[in-house]
Design a protein around this ligand. Structure first.
Ligand code: PMP
Length: 402
């Protein structure tokens, strides 16, 4: 018998399973509202024109080759990415208190962060919002964190933030707990704290000596404005926190499969940077040795060239603008149909996702009867909605709720 026969079947990853159900469906009216990727109003993936242009330039550039990148990646990329997150005039940047390394997208950045915090700083406790992006728990678990707990976040009844619950849970977290915070456009709820609330979150975290880890997967993609979407991260850094920030360029550059991301660390003492980078080097060396180059070259060129940068900002406004339009359209239709319940949360939430409040049974009904595929949590990807299918989606939700 096989040495592998004791291996147990692991549970499926829901978002990929639901996407497969969509692909397998033969219905002409099928709609995929599960996976977090942008779609045009024609329901197609979008290669940003600025990305296409830079790729053509790269392809024509005979000076480029396929040599290894350094272990910590392309420096022009990592530096520009950190400036994008904190703002180039941020005191942490001008004071040289920021270091950054290229990672395998946001997921890889989180994993390197977790490995560093666990193995080097010996932290073992991490908190994530309830609910959160499903991978947070898995990443920290696999990095060896033995104590992973949720903090309250979503209030199902008011379909908004459970701010008091969040503050209470953070107040009870032990010193040096890693607190995973969504920089903007919280996944899956689309609900972010207000600036006043962020200030109170920072107060508690400062008092309790908790460690902020900002997961920034949607900068610019959420509101269309890079500065606005980075407000919380910048505020924490200004308050003097030592902290980490992970960045994903999957959504805002549409570079999902290039695995391009960044891990940024803000420190109090610049002398800590060199030893810290040496430890990060060991962690990366022992896991994937060095990162891929294509995405880093693209993002680096765009962020470091004022004209391309402006062009890219236009692209993120196009994407965020379309999402905001679809939110308005869906809410209007549900209200017009007289669908029971309130639907203002659809337009109040921001970013790619909306936490509709639909139950698992309602999600199943919608999939079975209307061939519209969403997660059992009721999370929908707004980008899956187009002017062509929005009536169909609204009718399906209405039918499921009635
Ligand atoms: N964090 C959050 C909250 C996300 O939603 C995502 C993308 N689904 C990521 C991180 C990372 O994605 P990627 O690894 O593609 O950068």
């Amino acid at each position: 018998s096989s040495r592998f026969c004791e291996v147990q079947q692991a549970p499926p990853i829901e978002v990929f399973a639901v996407s497969k159900a969509f692909t397998d469906s033969t219905s002409e009216k099928k709609v995929n509202l599960s996976v977090g990727a942008y779609r045009t109003d024609e329901g197609k993936p979008w290669v940003l024109p600025v990305v296409r242009k830079v790729e053509q330039e790269l392809a024509a550039d005979n000076t480029l080759n396929h040599e290894y990148l350094p272990i910590l990646g392309l420096e022009t990329f990592a530096t520009a990415a950190a400036k994008m997150l904190l703002g180039s005039t941020h005191p942490a940047i001008t004071g040289g208190r920021v270091t950054a390394v290229q990672t395998l997208s946001g997921t890889g950045g989180l994993r390197v962060a977790a490995e560093f915090l666990g193995r080097v700083l010996k932290y073992n406790t991490a908190y994530h919002s309830a609910p959160t992006w499903g991978n947070h728990n898995l990443i920290f678990k696999q990095a060896g964190f033995t104590n992973i707990a949720p903090y309250r976040y979503w209030d199902g009844e008011k379909r908004g933030l459970n701010f008091d619950g969040m503050i209470e849970d953070l107040s009870n977290a032990p010193e040096n707990s890693v607190i995973i915070l969504h920089a903007c456009a919280h996944n899956p709820t689309g609900v972010d704290p207000t600036q006043e609330q962020w200030k109170k979150i920072a107060d508690v975290m400062e008092k309790k000596k908790l460690f902020p880890l900002f997961d920034s997967a949607y900068q610019g993609f959420a509101s269309g404005d890079l500065d606005n979407d980075a407000w919380a991260v910048r505020y924490f850094a200004e308050r003097g926190f030592e902290m980490m920030g992970t960045q994903s360029f999957s959504k805002n550059f549409g570079l999902y499969n290039e695995r391009i991301g960044n891990l940024m660390v803000v420190v109090k003492d610049t002398a800590c940077i060199t030893p810290m980078r040496s430890q990060l080097t060991l962690l990366v060396r022992g896991s994937y040795s060095n990162p891929p180059c294509h995405g880093a070259r693209i993002v680096s060129r765009v962020l470091n060239d004022p004209a391309l940068f402006e062009e890219w900002k236009g692209c993120i406004r196009t994407m965020s603008g379309r999402i905001i339009e679809m939110r308005k359209g869906l809410r209007e239709r549900l209200e017009k149909l007289g669908t029971p319940g309130t639907w203002d949360h659809i337009t109040a939430q921001i970013g790619m996702f909306s936490f509709t409040g639909l139950t698992a049974a309602q999600a199943k009904h919608i999939a079975d009867k209307y061939h519209i595929f969403l997660l059992s949590s009721g999370r929908i990807n707004m980008c899956g909605i187009t002017t062509g299918n929005i009536d169909h989606v609204a009718e399906a939700i209405n039918d499921a709720v009635c």
